[in-house]
Design a protein. Structure first.
Length: 183
């Protein structure tokens, strides 16, 4: 497995070593020891989640506040997404900056999104399965959302329509400048 740095120092891509032959392929998708060694982090993942989306679905921008802030290791096991991480740490020199990458079953890449970052993705294909590991359990009391089209963030959601398919929660998500998104 190799680590690929992004424009945001704490966010990175993990690319597995894939062994391919006439029968198909094999790769190790996760090893706690290898993850800690490559990243220099000492984290434990406590929950795995899977979502399925059809083409045109946009999920996010989601995050949890302290003390339940979550780091996420995201991968796509079927289909493809444009996946985005946004730095929401007010004291960070990269506050409000974002990165976005295509994750797919084909490229097998994973995106590490640290606690304190928002996460969202746009499904580029039908029946897309996104699998992610988290460093904290889900907590409705600590869950927050920022509207996908927030003008302060100006995320370039490549290949999206002006009217992506949104959940009710995402339709009423707040702007970054809202006073209660960090509380």
């Amino acid at each position: 497995m190799k680590l690929i740095k992004t424009q945001l120092p704490e966010v990175f891509i993990l690319e597995p070593t894939v062994f391919q032959d006439t029968r198909g392929h094999f790769f190790e998708s996760f090893s706690q020891v290898e993850f800690n060694k490559l990243t220099g982090l000492d984290l434990i993942f406590v929950q795995d989640n899977i979502s399925r989306s059809r083409q045109g679905v946009l999920r996010g921008i989601h995050y949890q506040i302290a003390p339940q802030a979550q780091g996420k290791l995201v991968q796509v096991t079927q289909g493809a997404v444009f996946d985005v991480a946004v730095d929401l740490r007010r004291s960070s020199p990269t506050f409000t900056q974002w990165v976005g990458y295509e994750l797919s079953a084909e490229n097998k890449r994973q995106l590490w999104i640290p606690a304190g970052f928002g996460h969202g993705f746009y499904s580029l294909s039908n029946d897309t399965d996104v699998y992610y590991k988290t460093t904290a359990y889900h907590s409705s009391d600590h869950e927050r959302s920022i509207i996908w089209s927030d003008e302060t963030l100006s995320i370039d959601w490549k290949n999206t329509s002006d009217c992506p398919l949104l959940s009710e929660k995402d339709k009423v998500a707040k702007n970054l400048n809202s006073t209660d998104i960090f509380e």
